[in-house]
Design a protein around this ligand. Sequence first.
Ligand code: FBP
Length: 548
Amino acid sequence: MLSYLQRTRQGEPTDLPKQLSAISRLTVVESSGELPPLTQEIASLFPHLQAQKPLQVTSNPSLPSQPLRVGVLFSGGQAAGGHNVIAGLFDALNKINPESRLIGFLGGPSGLLESRSLELTENVIAPYRNQGGFDLLGSGRTKIEKPEQFLKAAEVVQALQLDGLVIVGGDDSNTNAALMAEFFLSKGVKTRVVGVPKTIDGDLQGHGIEISFGFDTACKTFSATIGSLLRDALSAKKYYYFVKLMGRSASHIAVECALQTHPNLTLVGEEVAAKKMTLAQVVESIADLIVKRSQQGKEYGVILVPEGLIEFAVDVKPLIGELNALLSKEKPHAAQLEACKSAQEKVNLIVPLLTTASQACFTALPLDTQVQLLLGRDPHGNVQVSKIESERMLIHMVEAVLKKQTQAGTYKGKFAPQPIFCGYEGRSCLPSCFDANYCYALGNIAALLIRAGKTGYICAIQGLAKPVEEWQCGAIPIVRLMGLETRMGKRVPVIEKTLVALDGPVFKAFAAQRQAWVLDDAYLDPGPIQFWGPRDLTQAITETLRES
Ligand code: FBP
């Protein structure tokens, strides 16, 4: 079942970069683009991939157009536009040779390991064109990173006689795509592995990746909500909205939404870390703003909280480190916590195991937050920040500070907070025109890479701030994005997450304006994503892209 809007969007063609207009006559060649040299350690881990250069799309009318057999899967959290990657891939393969076949693996990487797949034909794909979500195939967070998993994957792709495998994922999935590409080359498996940069978080960027897909739609969706909340705050004049924004550790989404909407305060995890602020100091800064606004007769406002904020506070960071170690698989504490009958029992079990400093930090937190910090870890053993209701935690802690100020006579206002979480709805909504176009073009590039026999590459487009027609299409060797990180006690190659650069143009643009938003209500309401109308509305890009 599709709504009227879904049906209308489904039938609309995407705008295409001029470069991709005659796909059957295109290929990729090495570009002159320079990337930083590889470290010796990374080069030795990827002997077959280490010498790769960036690629650019170019025309080659004499290239043979053999039919291709390609597999595709989604990995990790949803991001708007994923279905258009599949549509772009399918259409390009079909134009290269109508005998080509596209096979989708179901439920993410586990679908590959268990060989659960679906042939993707035009009839299957058509209802998903320009639609949100990943529901055509589903997704999952299984990591394909161990030799036995690579062997299993090799068996499956060989049984299906795949020329290529396209992995639509974030930093970890693309890291593992490169490891798989290296493994396949070392074993003589002919299947090429190609990545597509996906995540709403915006932390997969740099070295030729301008932005991952999904960031644009998520930020516009959240900004539409924030714009409405700002207007509501201004109308009722009685609420403080504490809006937690999804996005993992990095505060890219929070900064972008702030630039789109001008709320009174936006916390930035990276700045909290740089200023070595404790959680109590963060709370003080919020209370300060509320008191100042109250003195001007303003008992309302909007405060943006990136979901990873808590990890950056100088006193919470070591606490989280200690908790991660205690809750690791090797220790009995996770199982002991499971057996506890009440929240307080859980807390009582953990507190004595912490250092004195972390005990002080942990016990100062509201009980709900304490329990949320004890929830199961992600596959890397890290706390799952989306599960911590930091907006409620901050409200609780700010209330306590304001109460003291009321008793001391320094605050006479009325604090009525409302917690809001902007998250999952921004991942699976109808993709903005930007993401719809971007994803379709990325799917086209993936087909060209496989056709040219390229492996271990991530699709990339330069000039995304320009009109679509001018986008420059190509690919970056995934190994060029990698560094070494210690995970679970082992040095492993990973694509490092890009955090907000405090000396970068986007943060600077935000920092230059934010003071004016504290007391003056300079609120902006960007409204919902527009699909039709003036190009300035339909083709709007994020401030992050504009400023970079
Ligand atoms: P990816 O990194 O896989 O793109 O996922 C992004 C994200 O939406 C984060 O912003 C959020 O913290 C997390 O997924 C939530 O995960 P889950 O879907 O498992 O609740």
